[in-house]
Structures are given as C-alpha cells and as structure tokens.
Ligand binder design. Sequence first.
Ligand code: DUC
Ligand code: ZN
Ligand code: ZN
Length: 497
Amino acid sequence: KRHREASQGSVTGKGSHMAKTLIKNGKVISTTGVIAQDVLIDGETITALGAPGFFTDEGCDTIIDAAGKYVIPGGVDVHTHMELPFGGTFASDTFETGTIAAAWGGVTTIVDMAVQRYGENVFDGLAEWHRKAGGNCAVDYAFHQIIGGVDDESLKAMTYLTEHEGISSFKLFMAYPGVFYSDDGQILKAMQTAAECGAVIMMHAENGIAIDVLVQQALARNETDPKYHSYTRPSPLEAEATHRAIVLSHVAGNVPLYIVHMSAGDALNEVAAARHNGRNVFAETCPQYLWLTLEETLGQPGFEGAKWVCSTPVRSKMHDPDYIGIMGHGHQADLWKGLRMNELAVVSTDHCPFCFKDQKELGLGDFSKIPNGIGGVEHRMELIYQGVVAGELSLERWVETCCTTPARMFGMYPKKGVIAPGSDADVVVWDPNTKTKIGINDKHHMNMDHSAWEGWVIDGKVDTVLSRGQVLIQNDQFLGRKGHGQFVKRGLSQYLV
Ligand code: DUC
Ligand code: ZN
Ligand code: ZN
C-alpha cells in the first residue's frame, strides 16, 4: 500500500496579501544535482524555480541574496524525543525549546516519538503528545507512535492511527525490558498489523534481555563508570537483534522495516544483505555514531562520559574486539560507506537531551541509571555537511539523507524535503564560506547544560531558514515564534522497493 500525498501548503484567505519572497543567486542542491537557480515563494509555498535572473525583484516583499551560498530544502529530522519520560526524569527540551533549536540548525520538520508504555493506552499517549506539542512548536512537527505494550487494543490503535491520525509508523523496542520491550511474538503481531494497514515498523534493535544480564554482571564486578554502558551493549547484540527483526518482518509479509539509530557495522551488514535480497528494509544512523568514539567520549575518566550515554551506544573506533569491518576498518568507516551506498537511507539525531546536573547525575556510581540520550537536533545538518567537507559523501547525498529521503520514508513528500513548485517553502540558505563553532558558549540553543559537540568547528553555517515562507533565522537572530509550527498528518511511506 502506498500513496503520494499532494502538497497541502496552506495559503492565506481570499483577498489577503500573499507575501512574495525571492531567493536569488544561490545554488540549489537536490538529490540529483547542484544547479544555479532562483527560487520564488508565494505565501507559504514555493511557486517556481528559474534560471538566475529569470524573476524580477518587482513585487517581491523579501529578497534574499544567496550569492556564493547553497539553497537546500529545510532539514527533516525523523527521530526526536522532546520531553521523553526516561529513567525517572524527562528529556530536557520542550517542544518549544527543541523546535527553536531545530530552526537554528536548519531543521524545519521534526517527527517526534509519541509514547505508549507498557500498561498505558495508545490514544492517551498520543493525546498527551498533542497536548505537549500543540501551539508550542516553532517548526512543523509530526509523530511516530511508540508501542510499548503490544496487545489487542494497541494493535487496533495502530490501524486507526495510520488511517485517521496521520501517524503511519510505529516504534517497537527489542531492549528496555519492563518499560518499552516487546518479545518476538508481540513484534510479529505488530508487524502483521502494520503489513495490513501499510504502516512502517521502526525498530530499536538491541537484544535487551542479554544486555540486562551483562549489565548486572558488570555492576556485580563494581564496573560502574559510564564506559561500561557501551561495553555491556556489544555490537553483536545489535546485529543479532537487527537480523531477528529482519526475519520477523519477512515472516510478517515483507512489512517495511526501518532500523533506528544504527551504530554497528555488523548490524549494517544485516541490513545490506536484506536490501541486496530486495527487501523493504531500511536504516538510519545519527551523527554521534559517525563522528564520536567510545575512547574520546564515554571512555573519559570519572563521570564525564555520562554526557554521551545513549542507546545504541557510541562505539570504539578501530579496536572493537567484537567487530572487524569488512574492509578491515571499524564501525564508523563502515557507517559512512553505508550512507554512500544507501544501506543507510537517513540521518536522524535521536535527539534526547538530558542535563548533566541532576539528570545524567542520576547514574553516579551506577552507569545503568544514567538517562540514555544525546541532544543533537541543532547540529545534524552541520555535522553531516562536515562529512561532505571530509569527502565522505556528496552534497546531493547530504540533502538526500537529511531532507528528501526522511520526507519520503515517512509520507511527507513533496510537501517536505524538496525545493519544487507546490512544496512548502521550507528552505535553508547554507553558507559554505563561514565556520560554525559548537559549544555551550558558542552555538548552542538546546535546553542542556553541556554539549556533546563542545568545541567542534564546522566548515559551514546555517545562514537563513524559512519555514512555510516565514523567515525563522537570519543574521544570527531567531525571528520565529512558538505556535508557528503545524502538525503534519503523514501518509504512507513513499520509499518502498
Ligand atoms: N535511546 C536513547 O539513547 N534515548 C532514548 C531512547 C533510546 O532508544
Ligand atoms: Zn531507540
Ligand atoms: Zn530514540
């Protein structure tokens, strides 16, 4: 089941003035090339692209000169957790602070994870997410639904949400027993339901039962530092769960399966093999897995490493005894390769920020109590652009993995993810000639007391950001407002084989 949702960029009422914006002299990047083009915007919608100089300034209310700069679709981050309840606390970004940070990062659409935990009702969980987000977002937003308790009621809800609520993807967990965990039978049932109604299953693929044994054994040996978070989640347990999820998705009728936050080369090999066999199996990775290493982050002495505790974990660069990459190098190089090869289709952030003080500190003396998550919604476009500068991927692939494919994967295209007539005027002007210094006293707008990317300097900068024709970021100022962001009702995935 597939369908393509027409652009629904809403327009102002009859007779009212539709602000016209012209972005000129820039180079527009799409999945298929980098072309000098001017972009004309009428109200909230892109109306035309033309050769440089084709449109006159006359009648335009706003002119944006993008000379020497790139013009790209607004970023689409399909994996965020605003205000997620986790480990006795809540992710520290609200929808307001998190979407303002997103805007600063050139992200104009987020897809957040509405939560149903074991014993809770799916509709209550979704209503709670609408309550948190409604009227508070600075950029557009949509939801996936976490199903933390698969039973007859939640299976029925999956079909209803897909058909009526614009929520066509469901995250299941093979980890976190007692909180979000589903066993294989539950996973199979949820996959069968998704196969029937056309939804995508998103999978947190880690063998949580085995991990919990390793965690208890480590704690019994008094191994309590943050680095043991990674050591107790070895990559074969990500690969095994990925393989199991792929097998179950096959048995369930080739339901589209999307593995979230992939960090391990051996898990990637499972996805690559499934894709080689023509399966509807996809995966995303996140900047932390592409750039950060266990040794430099989690492995820092004392409790400092808690800043980088997230699941799946940041892995060892070259010396992971559990994994020798297919080319003889480690996880990171294989993940970059996977991005080039479309074994990894999407880069998201898994944005799940916690402050160090009082939140990460809950795990002092016991790494298993450190809330899992890294804040990154603001930095994905920057960090993946740095991959372009480093020669890891092309400009086109940057836009494809961060804007276009996320929109297509989750039924928002061509409203989102592309600069084309009829699409929402979500546009980022990107300056490749300037640098961005990330850090708590530099560029940092997320509601956190530290940055996982402290001191990183990026060769490029978010220059101007438009969301449905409204300028949100310009001249290093936030000009948007909470409440501008609208809920996007999504269709079915438009990315199947
Ligand atoms: N991983 C995290 O790091 N945080 C939230 C949930 C998850 O799966
Ligand atoms: Zn997860
Ligand atoms: Zn997540």
